[in-house]
Design a protein around this ligand. Structure first.
Ligand code: IPD
Length: 306
């Protein structure tokens, strides 16, 4: 890690993100061609593919010795994330939102070194909203991020938004929780999710956690950024991939948040574990909230193939 100029990687990723953003905004979701992968709700569009081609070519030119893992070129059972410096890229995270013109989608660009998130850049072109993080150097949010200084460029605000001493976390009854159904809608993984969602929502007198609120916003990367910002307290998902979380994970870590396993009892989870529980930074209560969430899952366990 020591000999990689992470700031230079960050700057390259930001410029690639803006270029990708222009491509995404130029596409007309009502006329682009759409295909499916695992099933009818696992969508890919020609824009996802075109953006990934542009990103991989730009990153291979800039960093020819780094590995590249992208959602649209990933081969199940073959593609692996190794210890090598690796760009981990989702050209459009929130593709379903994108095809519906629902403005919660982004490009997610991460660099992992030794399989640990080292740089993260997440850019939502619909809101011109940029989140960035560099390991050991903090994470930031910027509005009107692609504009020039003096022409509306927002200031870079350090995360979390509440400042260096973010509010304590209470129990789940006061938490704003983000959950996602994902694309697998059958089997034990689906049952664990459905049972957990129900228990999270249910009244306490009926054995539930009665969470303050549940949201399903359709982009793992933006969910993680919202946790980093302190806008969401918790995000839980099984089934998404390293490219959905690599960049946001770095941004979350740098904002004092924590990623653990989405399966109970595992505090240190892997980048490609496919089961994640993220909690915002807080002056206290993080460990207790993770344990309360795991208790809601109970003896449920999600298991996804690689
Ligand atoms: C999806 C989104 C969604 C999550 C899915 C992901 P994609 O990514 O992040 O929120 O629930 O698990 O696959 O397919 O839009 O890149």
């Amino acid at each position: 890690m020591a000999d990689i100029d992470l700031q230079a990687v960050h700057d390259t990723l930001v410029s690639v993100a803006f270029e990708a953003g222009r491509m995404i905004l130029a596409a007309n979701p009502s006329s682009i061609s759409t295909d499916t992968k695992l099933n009818a709700v696992d969508i890919v569009t020609e824009t996802d593919q075109a953006v990934e081609r542009m990103v991989s070519s730009r990153l291979r030119d800039a960093y020819p010795s780094f590995a590249f893992v992208g959602e649209e070129t990933y081969q199940a059972g073959v593609t692996r994330i190794t210890d090598a410096p690796t760009f981990i890229v989702d050209p459009i995270d929130g593709t379903t939102n994108f095809v519906h013109s629902f403005p919660n989608a982004c490009i997610s660009l991460g660099l992992a070194v030794d399989r640990q998130p080292a740089v993260g850049v997440v850019y939502n072109p619909f809101q011109d909203l940029l989140f960035t993080g560099i390991r050991g150097r903090g994470s930031y949010m910027q509005r009107n991020a692609s504009l020039e200084a003096g022409k509306g460029l927002g200031e870079k605000v350090k995360l979390p938004l509440g400042g260096a001493n973010p509010p304590a976390l209470g129990d789940l009854s006061s938490a704003l929780v983000s959950i996602e159904w994902g694309s697998q809608r059958d089997g034990e993984n689906f049952e664990v999710k459905a049972r957990t969602f129900r228990k999270l929502a249910a009244a306490r007198e009926n054995g539930g956690a009665m969470v303050g609120g549940m949201r399903s916003l359709g982009s793992a990367a933006l969910n993680l950024c919202a946790c980093a910002a302190g806008q969401l307290d918790v995000y839980w998902e099984g089934g998404c991939y390293a490219w959905d979380v690599a960049a946001g994970w770095c941004i979350l870590n740098e904002a004092g948040g924590r990623m653990v396993s989405g399966n109970p009892g595992i505090w240190d989870t892997e980048l490609d574990s496919r089961v994640y529980l993220a909690v915002r930074g807080a002056r206290s209560g993080l460990k207790e909230l993770v344990e309360e969430f795991w208790k809601v899952i109970g003896d449920g366990k999600m298991d996804y193939k690689h």
